[in-house]
Design a protein. Structure first.
Length: 183
């Protein structure tokens, strides 16, 4: 039997080996004679650039950590959620704090009031945020559904409005809403 030396501890190797392929173990008469035998490592012409594989699974694919969610994405998502919650709760004062300067400059206060308030018989019913597109590290687009209805005028229950685009951009270090999606 040939001895092999590994650069990591035996327990870590056993855990890694079992996680990757379910390696076999052999046991003798006592616990100290339990040995972990690594699975056969194949190197074939068909493998990727000579990468070693455990039973046709590339080591680099198995050991790749999951993709991390950036702080920028979380900041933009939080701003989108706050904006839509302010819309749902008719909180224009809360929403004004995250609207971009261009929206505040080019939109009349009357228009903002009518956008956020349940005017007349219109009711804000709910919203959804699904999907996102990163245009830049400081600019995200979210697909949003903003549900609202006029009293007495409810459509078929299966009908869903078209998604709208909500742009969130970092302006002078603060995440801001740069457009008012239709609802």
């Amino acid at each position: 039997m040939q001895k092999r030396s590994f650069g990591i501890g035996g327990a870590a190797l056993a855990l890694t080996c079992l996680t990757i392929t379910g390696c076999g173990t052999t046991s003798g008469g006592n616990a100290s004679s339990t040995l972990v035998q690594p699975a056969k490592i194949n190197q074939s012409a068909s493998s990727t650039a000579g990468a070693s594989t455990y039973q046709n699974r590339t080591l680099t694919n198995v050991m790749t950590p999951p993709k991390m969610i950036s702080q920028n994405y979380l900041g933009a998502l939080s701003t989108a959620d706050k904006f839509l919650a302010d819309w749902l709760n008719c909180d224009i004062k809360g929403a004004e704090s995250i609207l971009s300067p261009s929206i505040l400059r080019h939109t009349t206060h009357t228009r903002l009031d009518s956008y956020f308030e349940n005017t007349g018989s219109a009711i804000h019913a709910g919203y959804e945020i699904l999907g996102r597109k990163e245009l830049h590290a400081t600019w995200y687009q979210f697909s949003v559904w903003m549900y609202g209805y006029a009293m007495g005028l409810t459509g078929p229950t299966w009908q869903r409005p078209s998604p709208q685009i909500l742009n969130i951009k970092m302006i002078q270090g603060v995440w801001r809403v740069v457009n008012l999606p239709r609802y």
